[in-house]
Design a protein around this ligand. Structure first.
Ligand code: ZN
Length: 465
């Protein structure tokens, strides 16, 4: 299982990054465990955001809180002038999956949320990388600006889209990001673009048996709409996905429903294709309303872009991961993972600590979405994943909450912090990385000017979807 570290030389500044992060291990894991225990959901991450922002401030960063009209969004800045390098950090949890840091299913707090995506590690790991760079700037070893972005509501609500719309990423030369996972590798894969709409139908109420001719059924409109969407499925690309729920279909059968509402998500691996489906979806809504003799309103809620992969940056990240070598998990940690794998009925493969290959960027068909996609269309974004959980076991579940609250998660976080810090050193020291990454970004973006998928009005801070 042992994987040899690459013979590549780790330069002095990168060694200082590693030392800085190692020296803070106790503080970093304590902060991560604190946010793990808070387990606050989207837009309500008051304590988690404060813990990260306070720590950044204590380390000498200038912290601007409540950016983009989101109380839990913040930007921590150190240094001045070019280059300006950013790191993203998430911290929101998922509702209903509270779990103790143990390999058998048992809630930490019954009914509460849990860190089933490891965002407690994500936020702290990224901040640790930013702090290590701040120290190098402070010592005069690097010149420029480092920014840490506290980005709330990734799981629901797309906090980064509001931040992107407010322009907080506009002055960056490069941006960094990682995500907890079951592998450790530089990220070379995209995500799906997604857009969410409310579709509402407005009819006329009447007695469904007494005078139905006076009624116009909003539910008829909605049913014709979903019929149309389901017929459209035959004529979309394999890369597209559509899913909806009916949120209101009337109250009682003896009243012709005057109001009906569906919530629909449309995805594609390419935003442009998704936009074409949205136009067809609107035609279907209008056609359905015409047939039912009712009115319809389509309201954009929010959406995210697909990740614009930056392979130039990923190659640097990969080299740094190779020089760090595999994450060394102990026998106990493998056994912890195997117990989870047994409990969730998947292959008992333990943990993958080895560094993965730099994979070809594939045309993905389906899969999840992330609001980091929006950032990646504004600034070249370099990403990685680190092992913080048991391979094969269900993600967004108690299995990852358990690992994110103990040494498996901590080790992945420390590794990510170091690899990101080292690659940021490359970004400061090596102008060629910045210009090559930008050239790739410009070529792939093809002149597209970023525009956020957002409804009018402020972020839905209280609603929680
Ligand atoms: Zn996540």
């Amino acid at each position: 299982m042992a994987q040899k570290k690459s013979s590549q030389k780790v330069n002095a500044n990168k060694k200082l990054v590693i030392t800085s992060i190692d020296n803070k291990e106790k503080r970093l894991t304590a902060l991560s465990d604190e946010i793990w225990a808070y387990a606050e959901v989207a837009f309500q991450e008051t304590k988690s955001s404060k813990a990260l922002a306070d720590y950044a401030e204590s380390q000498g960063f200038k912290v601007e809180r409540g950016v983009a009209k989101i109380p839990t969004a913040f930007v921590a800045t150190y240094g001045s002038g070019k280059p300006v390098i950013g790191v993203l950090g998430e911290f929101d949890a998922l509702p209903g999956i509270s779990q103790k840091a143990q390999p058998t299913k048992e809630a930490y707090q019954v009914g509460a949320a849990g860190q089933g995506c490891g965002h407690n590690l994500f936020g702290v790991g990224s901040l640790a990388a930013a702090i290590s760079i701040k120290e190098l700037i402070e010592q005069g070893k690097l010149k420029g600006t480092i920014k840490f972005f506290g980005t709330p509501a990734e799981e629901s609500g797309n906090g980064k889209v509001y931040m992107a719309d407010a322009g907080v990423f506009n002055d960056l030369d490069l941006c960094f990001d990682w995500h907890p996972g079951t592998k450790t590798e530089a990220s070379t894969q995209s995500s799906t673009a997604v857009v969410e709409y409310n579709i509402e139908f407005f009819g006329k109420a009447a007695h469904a048996a007494g005078d139905p001719w006076n009624g116009r059924s909003a539910l008829d409109g909605l049913e014709l709409f979903t019929d149309g969407i389901n017929m459209l499925r035959e004529h979309i690309r394999p890369s597209s996905r559509m899913h909806y729920v009916i949120q209101n279909g009337g109250d009682v059968p003896n009243v012709v429903p005057e109001y009906a509402k569906a919530w629909i998500w449309i995805r594609d691996s390419k935003r442009a294709e998704m936009d074409r489906i949205v136009e067809r979806m609107k035609d279907i809504a209008n056609g359905a309303a015409l047939m039912a003799g009712v009115e319809v309103k389509a309201t954009l809620l929010s959406g995210t872009y697909e990740i614009l992969v930056n392979r130039t940056g990923a190659e640097y990240m990969h080299k740094n991961l190779q020089s760090l070598g595999a994450i060394q998990f102990t026998e106990d940690e493998h056994n912890f993972a195997k117990a989870i794998q047994r409990a969730t009925g998947v292959a008992e493969d333990g943990l993958i600590g080895e560094i993965g290959e730099l994979r070809e960027t594939s045309d993905i068909t389906g899969g999840g979405s992330t609001d980091t996609g929006d950032v990646s269309w504004i600034v070249p974004t370099i990403r990685m994943t680190a092992t913080t959980g048991a391979v094969n076991a269900p993600w967004h579940s108690w299995a990852e909450v358990a690992c994110a609250g103990m040494s498996i998660g901590h080790k992945g976080m420390m590794h990510a912090a170091k690899a990101i810090g080292m690659t940021i050193v490359d970004a400061f020291e090596n102008e060629k990385l910045r210009t090559d990454a930008k050239a790739e970004f410009d070529e792939k973006r093809k002149g597209h000017v970023y525009k956020a998928y957002l409804s009018d009005g402020p972020p839905p801070i209280k609603s929680g979807k």
